[in-house]
Design a protein around this ligand. Structure first.
Ligand SMILES: Cc1cc2nc3c(=O)[nH]c(=O)nc-3n(C[C@H](O)[C@H](O)[C@H](O)COP(=O)(O)O)c2cc1C
Length: 263
């Protein structure tokens, strides 16, 4: 079993995020899992996304940074599960993790990790951990990952012996959930939010078909323009009807430009 930990802090293996992932690794090993492989974003040679959306319009191979991004992506693809770990930096993920997310923006349009288990981990001084965990969960969830668990760690307490058993208990819970998900391997049955999300992306892809031919072609050849969801799965008919209604409303709002600026 190959579990990849993506460490999104410049402190690499000297910092608290690494220590939190180590706690999770120990739990995984207690549950019989094999080694965790570490990928330090600080060493991955990632450059800020230049914002031209080339990956969406013409394919990720055309991104000027495709060599570096592709290397990270290939390791994620090879892994049986991925741990995404970032410290809290100003109530958000670190710039390193955000750079990775930005460079993988095409995954929001063309997700490919369906059913692959993931865990999200953050370490903070005490504020913003929940927000960061939810943000990471939603981002990688949009790429198709099954987020089996979240682990938020209070960095300042890592050396406190009263905190250690609490962390071990939480890490055990997350590790067990991750291993269950790896054994299961199935992508989830989509809920209402997933169905709506799918339809929203479809509205975007339809709207930008001319400007983003690669995106359009991918949706067309994948059959996603005709399906209820990315993959064959039972969907709740009422939830599906509601999602279809939302898609129609979005398409109408786009064609009439009837949305207002936010104030
Ligand atoms: C630029 C920066 C911003 C930070 N912002 C927050 C924050 O908003 N909330 C918080 O609880 N901790 C914040 N911290 C503290 C870090 O989350 C904490 O030191 C974390 O353990 C660092 O992880 P590392 O040692 O793996 O790099 C910040 C630290 C830095 C360097």
């Amino acid at each position: 079993m190959n579990i990849l930990a993506i460490i999104g802090t410049p402190t690499k293996d000297h910092g608290l995020t690494w220590r939190a992932v180590q706690a999770l690794q120990q739990s995984l090993q207690r549950h019989g899992a094999a080694e965790v492989e570490y990928l330090y974003l600080e060493d991955a040679g990632l450059t800020s996304c230049q914002g031209y959306l080339t990956c969406i319009k013409h394919g990720e191979a055309r991104c000027p940074f495709s060599a570096a991004v592709g290397a990270v992506l290939a390791r994620m693809e090879r892994a049986d599960a991925v741990i995404f770990a970032s410290p809290v930096h100003i109530f958000n993920v670190s710039a390193l993790m955000k750079t990775l997310f930005d460079l993988l923006v095409f995954q929001m349009h063309r997700p490919s990790f369906f059913g692959k288990p993931a865990v999200v981990v953050t370490v903070g001084a005490g504020a913003g951990m929940g927000k960061v965990l939810r943000y990471m969960q939603s981002t990688v969830g949009n790429w198709g990952f099954e987020v089996a668990g979240k682990l938020g760690v209070h960095g300042g307490l890592l050396d406190d012996p009263r905190y250690a058993p609490k962390l071990a208990k939480a890490a055990d819970k997350v590790a067990a959930a991750l291993l269950r998900q790896i054994a299961d391997g199935r992508p989830r049955k989509p809920g209402m939010a997933d169905l709506i999300n799918f339809r929203v992306w479809r509205a975007v892809v339809r709207r930008t078909a001319e400007a983003s031919p690669y995106d359009w072609e991918h949706w067309q050849s994948s059959g996603w323009l005709q399906q209820n969801y990315y993959y064959a799965t039972p969907v709740n008919p009422l939830a599906n009807l509601f999602a279809a209604l939302i898609e129609r409303m979005i398409n109408r709002a786009i064609s009439r430009a009837s949305v207002k600026p936010l104030t």
